[in-house]
Design a protein around this ligand. Structure first.
Ligand SMILES: Cc1cc2nc3c(=O)[nH]c(=O)nc-3n(C[C@H](O)[C@H](O)[C@H](O)COP(=O)(O)O)c2cc1C
Ligand code: SF4
Ligand code: SF4
Length: 309
């Protein structure tokens, strides 16, 4: 196929990333599309949510979100959704954006999800939901990326960092190259639609009910915390506050594990067990990815501490 066979030349990628894997895939897809002369804009959901008011104890303004999404999709570009599969489905903060998207009116759609092992029907859930809003999907696919979970009850998952990531650059790079072609030439390809996919997804979805309690409510920062607020400024849910002078975790965690993995001091614990850093090593990101600063955070002072100079 040559350039004259290209069907789609204009793309908008709306995506969510917890620990950077999806961000990398989206960046590479954009580079691949642009290298072949297509136009592509990207919108990270964490930035969008923060800009629209998501913060500690605060929800984003739905009208503002709608307006921003409407601006993003103001022409007839193909909408590409990128997200990690969480517990066999689309991460909650990302799928909550779906009803706020403008009506599809036949707009083309592609759903791409990064996974560790098995996404089940997560990409199909995304395409199905948007089909009801008038979007027409031609691509649903997964990209296998490194895992970001090593926690009590989940210590069978391995964390890869540094040189151990090399094999993923090759395999994910190949997957991205195929996706770029599928997007440009509109090659129909649907993963996540079989009964087996549904069964895998359904058997994982219990996690959505359990993990916020199992992980989210068990988070605390230990004495290693240097109170520079990276966690609070970069939490996609605005679920961490330093108003009391130390990290305080709210009840709106989407269990992305960004704070846990990327705290520079490994000070965030999920139960006492994770103080054992050798056993519970943290994922430090793909290709040097670092959490973005999404919001300014006021750091309070503890009663017994002297005032900061
Ligand atoms: C809460 C949570 C649930 C996950 N559930 C699944 C899953 O059901 N299937 C899977 O293959 N990977 C699962 N993963 C792994 C991630 O999808 C995978 O590592 C992904 O690439 C992370 O992308 P990100 O860095 O953009 O957040 C899960 C990760 C987290 C944090
Ligand atoms: S990122 Fe880590 S060290 Fe920094 S404030 Fe948060 S818990 Fe403390
Ligand atoms: S508190 Fe941590 S794990 Fe929960 S949403 Fe925020 S960054 Fe993610």
């Amino acid at each position: 196929m040559d350039k004259s066979d290209i069907v789609n030349r204009n793309f908008r990628i709306l995506y969510f990333t917890g620990t950077g894997n999806t961000d990398w895939v989206v960046k590479k897809i954009r580079e691949g599309l642009e290298a072949k002369g297509a136009s592509c804009m990207t919108l990270p959901a964490d930035r969008l949510l923060a800009d629209c008011g998501m913060g500690f104890g605060m929800k984003p303004d739905p009208e503002l979100l709608k307006a921003r999404l409407g601006d993003f999709l103001s022409d007839d570009a193909v909408l590409v959704l990128g997200f990690p599969t969480y517990e066999g489905t689309v991460p909650r903060p990302f799928r909550e954006l779906f009803p706020l998207l403008p009506e599809g009116n036949g707009r083309k759609l592609a759903c791409i999800s990064t996974i560790l092992l098995a996404g089940g029907d997560a990409v199909h859930i995304a395409e199905k939901t948007l089909a009801q809003r008038g979007y027409r999907s031609f691509l649903t696919t997964y990209v296998v990326m490194p895992g970001n979970i090593r926690l009590p009850h989940f210590a069978f998952f391995q964390i890869h960092n540094g040189k151990d990531l090399d094999r993923f650059y090759e395999s994910a790079g190949k997957a991205v190259a195929e996706i770029v072609d599928e997007l440009l030439y509109q090659k129909a390809h649907f993963e996540g639609r079989t009964i087996a996919d549904y069964l895998i997804g359904a058997s994982n979805r219990w996690g959505e009910y359990i993990l916020p309690d199992l992980w989210g409510k068990q988070m605390f920062a230990d004495a290693k915390c240097i109170k520079r607020a990276l966690c609070a400024s970069s939490c996609p849910m605005g679920n961490i506050s330093l108003a009391k002078g130390y990290p305080e975790f709210g009840t709106n965690c989407c269990t992305c594990l960004r704070c846990y993995n990327f705290c520079p001091e490994n000070a965030i614990q999920i139960t006492e067990h994770t103080r054992d850093e050798e056993k519970y090593n943290r994922y430090k990101g793909f290709d040097g990815w670092k959490p973005p600063h999404l919001r300014h955070v006021e750091i309070g002072r503890r009663e017994h501490e002297p005032a900061r100079p």
